[in-house]
Each structure stands twice: as structure tokens, then as C-alpha cells.
Ligand binder design. Structure first.
Ligand code: ADP
Ligand code: MG
Length: 202
């Protein structure tokens, strides 16, 4: 069973991986965007870990709703509301149960990713974070091993954004010139899934 501390460990691991990869995320966004994705993600997840440190344990759902709210309020740019919606919707799906199963978390994450698609109007193939998130949540089931499969699927999905032409977000303004670069939001989604796999394994 997964408790609130599990979700805290996930958010802390995400913040740690983003700190390590902040320059790479910025470089990716400088090629096809405005070079702020590393800073956006770092600001957001620093705010998330600070907010969680000040809040009592609660439930897994509460932790994710709080994290999502922080991202929405602290991150300007497309990625703040999108990642905020992912975590908030996932948390709402989990409700206020003190512990949830891997299967419940998998189902909640699928609802969270669907909410991202609805908010941003993007789908797989548009060269966005959804190209990492959709294959990742499709790989999830009720086993711990599926969370590592989700990490691998997100990484593979990120690589597959390279030959795509962006159809959503700032990169779409570049038209064909967006081809040949990895999408920064897909790359950060792969980090979020890697952090989740770490938290499940620990
Ligand atoms: P901004 O584009 O406002 O500077 P960021 O640089 O933080 O915001 O995030 C850019 C990332 O957001 C993109 O690489 C892409 O993955 C994601 N993104 C942008 N628009 C959308 C959308 N409509 N749906 C899903 N993801 C999107
Ligand atoms: Mg940007």
C-alpha cells in the first residue's frame, strides 16, 4: 500500500532529478522554445517540496493536490498549469484514503494524463509532454515492475519526439524547424516518471 509519505518521496525525488537536469531542460527549450523550462520546473518543484515540508502527512491524494496547486501558482508558462493539472487531478482521483494500491495510483495517473490532454488540447504525436506521459501510463498496472516499465516508456516516448513537428505550444511557432529536437516537456515528464519508479522501488 502507498501512503502520503510515498507521494512525498515521489515529489522529493522529482525535485532532485530536476535539479540535476535543469541545464539540459533549459538547453532543450532554448532550441525550440524560450529557454525557461529548466528554471520553470526547478522553481515549481522547489516550491512543492517546501510546501510539503510545512504540511502534516495527510493522504496521498492530499499531497498530490497540494503539489499540483503549488505548480499552478508558482510556474508561469505552459508547463505549470499542465503539470499542476496532472498532479491535482491524480490526487483528486485518489480521494482522501490514507493508503492506496498501485492499481489505484495507476488508474488515477491515467485520469491525470487525460486531464492534461483536455486542458492543452494536445495528443500523442504533437511533440509535447503527452508523448512521454501517454505511453508511460499505458504501461502501468498493479505491479511494481510496471512502474519501471512506465519510466522506460516515457524515456522512449521522449526520444520519439525528435523527428516530430510540434503542433502545440511555443515550439509549434517554428513549424518545420521544430523537427530534429527533443521536446523539453517530454524530457521533464520522463524525469517525473523516473522519480515515481524510484519511489515505488524504495
Ligand atoms: P512555455 O512553453 O510557456 O515556455 P515551458 O517551457 O515551461 O513553457 O514548457 C514547454 C513544454 O510544455 C513543451 O516542451 C511541451 O512539452 C509542453 N506543452 C506546451 N504546450 C502544450 C500543450 N498544449 N499540451 C501539452 N503540453 C504542452
Ligand atoms: Mg519555455
Amino acid at each position: 500500500m502507498l501512503d502520503a509519505d510515498f507521494c512525498r518521496r515521489w515529489m522529493q525525488a522529482a525535485a532532485g532529478l530536476i535539479d540535476q537536469e535543469v541545464d539540459r531542460l533549459t538547453e532543450l527549450d532554448s532550441a525550440i522554445g524560450d529557454a525557461d523550462h529548466g528554471a520553470n520546473m526547478q522553481r515549481g518543484f522547489t516550491a512543492v517540496t517546501e510546501a510539503l515540508a510545512q504540511q502534516e502527512a495527510g493522504s496521498p491524494g492530499e499531497v498530490l493536490v497540494l503539489a499540483g496547486r503549488e505548480l499552478i501558482s508558482k510556474v508561469g508558462g505552459a508547463s505549470g498549469p499542465l503539470y499542476g493539472t496532472l498532479l491535482r487531478r491524480t490526487g483528486k482521483e485518489l480521494g482522501d484514503a490514507p493508503e492506496v494500491t498501485l492499481a489505484q495510483l495507476s488508474a488515477a495517473l491515467r485520469a491525470g494524463v487525460a486531464a492534461v490532454a483536455q486542458l492543452g488540447g494536445a495528443r500523442a504525436g504533437d511533440k509535447t509532454m503527452l508523448d512521454a506521459l501517454e505511453p508511460a501510463v499505458a504501461a502501468l498496472d498493479d505491479t511494481a515492475a510496471s512502474f519501471d516499465a512506465a519510466r522506460a516508456a516515457a524515456e522512449q516516448g521522449t526520444l520519439e519526439t525528435v523527428p516530430m513537428q510540434a503542433r502545440k505550444g511555443r515550439a509549434s511557432y517554428l513549424g518545420e524547424r521544430s523537427i530534429g529536437h527533443e521536446d523539453p516537456g517530454a524530457a521533464s515528464s520522463a524525469l517525473l516518471m523516473a522519480a515515481l519508479a524510484q519511489a515505488v522501488a524504495s
